[in-house]
Design a protein around this ligand. Structure first.
Ligand code: RIB
Length: 646
């Protein structure tokens, strides 16, 4: 194919073809130029080497200069190549690591007959732009810069962060953090973030933005700091920050999206490998590449004036599973609850009836499950939406690790859990009779090492928390110390007095809710008095609310306002183990949500009812959805009780 052949095919003169190929075509009509170029591209015309050496010759090739470590580099290059090829052009890619590389390549390209350079600049662009201007090669930047007269097509971080922030605000989030990486797109991200907050009348707090030196610092230290600021959502500038944030959340037993929602500005392809799947705002690099090629083609093929030099490609929101309503919106409370108590591995032994003295029975079903009053209460509270911190002691053995995982999986925060170096994890042997009644023998093991020092170490947590669920099977001294610590730090105490014989008089006035079962009540308050009289006596000693759980018979409440019985919820019993733990957890969650004591007790009786209808202690604890199935019934009962009272 010669220049003559092209002229013949296009039905123009040889000199017209030559002018077009040498960029000297200002006097040639657009229609003719397009016709000639179409044939040149179709037949991939290459002139003789002598001609090729002249700088002005059209090569139908674009140079793309792009940083090597740009995370979306591949997506961008592929989209540029596709758009270029479909318009009859090729691309040559030059990877840069430093600004010096960028300048070197621009200089080299001056002798290479490129039709255009598409540059993604590194850092300060002044020098590169000066060079490009000198060389008179058409060029375009793939990044937003201040000089608006220069052609630029870019993915818009400002709009993307604005969209991400708005997305979270629409879900009801107000406390939103921003995790950025130094020297990237921080300024644009901040703009978009602040704009969305401003439009929603949310006060901007500088401390909610963290700028890390790299992705890991942003996602580890930054995410940790933001979690501690009690934010309900974070936006990550890129996916590496999001990955580190996920790891941080896992380490601190912070559930995504239940405790914290995460949105990420999409920069790489692996967003959908994370669990839960990330909500992303994609910068739409495909479109950036396409529009960049269209714009540069308009510049070099059509001599028409380009009216808009700066094109920002609109980002798109793709919803995953990492955003939900903030905790308070779902459950009305984000108050911290501490659980201090035992953690055991329960061997549950099913028998026809409970064994009596000297009796040997056969069991046809034994199962080993997580348990312990502390662990049961902590996981039950978390399942119901509580923000729970466990303080307890495990053995450094396989059982200990399993129980630790059980806490983490259920969203309990575990900073207060210690591993004993000398004792094995606590164990409980639970006999469950046919009707669901049970007896328990506990080997405390590591639970016995939960001492006052471990409680004192968590003083900061007590200062931040509002509620403490305390149960025994830990040293009595530690329990009494915990009650005093709660008093000192203004924390409301719920006490389940299993395994204690006596209660120190001096702590009674610090107990807000005392929740024994009938046997425990009679053990603590000796004598022939009735249950009501004993509850009254405890109340007189300073305990503010006494709630005696009575199994299938419901419970009894004594406080300043009421002395009354409540029925149990109507469930068929399978296994009563852990029912009281379920009751206490649900009761505490309801109180933390601001429910009155009558409503909280009815809510708790349903939690306990569901728990007895299932096997095991910890696994039988219902979550919020399970209780909400009975919402109408619960409301009806509460209304009935209140109607009778007033
Ligand atoms: O309240 C039930 C629990 O008591 C069981 O899980 C067992 O471990 C004992 O602590």
């Amino acid at each position: 194919m010669t220049i003559k052949d092209i002229a013949k095919l296009a039905q123009v003169s040889v000199s017209t073809v030559s002018k077009i190929l040498n960029h000297k075509d200002d006097d040639i009509s657009e229609e003719t130029r397009k016709k000639v170029l179409k044939i040149v591209k179709q037949y991939q015309y290459t002139p003789y080497s002598k001609v090729r050496e002249t700088a002005a010759w059209r090569s139908c090739t674009f140079a793309v200069i792009i940083p090597k470590n740009l995370s979306y580099q591949q997506e961008l290059i592929v989209s540029i190549e596709q758009a270029a090829v479909s318009n009859g052009y090729n691309i040559m890619v030059y990877f840069t690591k430093t600004q010096a590389d960028e300048i070197k390549y621009i200089q080299i390209l001056s002798g290479k007959n490129m039709d255009a350079i598409l540059l993604y600049p590194i850092g300060e662009q002044k020098k590169s732009i000066e060079l490009l201007e000198q060389q008179k090669i058409a060029y375009l930047l793939l990044k937003k810069i201040k000089q608006t007269q220069i052609l630029q097509v870019y993915g818009d971080y400002e709009k993307a962060t604005y969209l991400a922030t708005k997305h979270l605000i629409q879900y009801g989030h107000q406390k939103i953090g921003l995790l950025l990486q130094e020297n990237r797109h921080g300024d644009d991200c901040k703009e978009g973030y602040m704009q969305a907050l401003f439009e929603a009348d949310i006060l901007f707090e500088a401390g909610n933005i963290f700028v890390g030196q790299d992705e890991v610092e942003a996602g580890r230290i930054g995410a940790h700091q933001l979690i501690n600021r009690n934010l309900s959502a974070v936006i990550c500038e890129n996916e590496k920050i999001a990955c580190a944030t996920y790891a941080t959340c896992q380490r601190h037993a912070t559930r995504i999206p239940k405790d914290i929602s995460v949105v990420c500005i999409h920069t790489m392809g692996f967003f959908n490998t994370l669990y839960p799947k990330l909500d992303i705002v994609t910068l739409n690099w495909q479109e950036v590449g396409k529009q960049a090629v269209n714009m540069i083609l308009q510049k070099i093929e059509s001599k028409k004036e380009i009216t808009k030099n700066r094109v920002s490609v609109s980002p798109i929101l793709i919803q995953g599973e990492s955003v939900s309503n903030p905790f308070e919106k779902i459950y009305g409370s984000s108050q911290k609850m501490i659980v201090v108590g035992s953690m055991n591995v329960d061997s549950i032994i099913n028998v026809e009836k409970l064994p009596t003295d000297g009796e040997t029975l056969l069991s046809n079903h034994i199962v080993v499950l997580p348990g312990g009053k502390g662990l049961n209460q902590a996981t039950a509270t978390a399942k119901l939406g509580g923000l729970v911190y466990m303080i307890g002691s495990l053995g450094n053995d396989t059982d200990g690790k399993k129980l630790y995982h059980c806490l983490v999986e259920n969203g309990v925060k575990t900073e207060g859990v210690r591993f004993s170096t000398t004792l094995s994890t606590g164990k409980a042997y639970v006999n469950v009779a046919k009707g669901g009644e049970s007896t328990i023998v506990v080997y405390p093991g590591a639970n016995g090492e939960l001492d006052t020092y471990q409680i004192r170490q968590q003083k900061k947590l007590f200062q931040l928390a509002q509620y403490c669920l305390l149960s025994l099977e830990i040293p009595q001294k530690t329990a009494m110390y915990t009650i005093k610590m709660c008093h000192e730090t203004n924390v409301i105490v719920f006490l389940k007095p299993a395994t204690i014989e006596t209660l120190d008089y001096d702590v009674m006035k610090y107990i807000d809710y005392f929740i024994p079962n009938e046997k425990e009540l009679h053990k603590i308050v000796q004598g022939e008095d009735s249950l009501e009289q004993k509850a009254e006596w405890l109340f007189q000693q300073g305990i503010k609310n006494v709630i005696v759980t009575l199994g299938a018979k419901g419970c009894y409440l004594k406080n300043e306002e009421y002395h009354m019985y409540f029925n149990a919820a109507p469930f068929e019993p399978q296994d009563t183990t852990g029912a009281a733990d379920s009751f206490i957890a649900a009761f505490a969650v309801a109180i933390s949500e601001g429910k009155d004591i009558l409503s909280a007790i009815v809510f708790a009786t349903y939690a306990a009812g569901i728990s007895v209808s299932r096997l095991g202690a910890q696994p039988s604890m219902p979550d919020r959805t399970a209780i909400d199935l009975y919402k109408a019934e619960i409301m009806e009962k509460i209304a009935e009780i209140k109607k009778e009272l007033y």
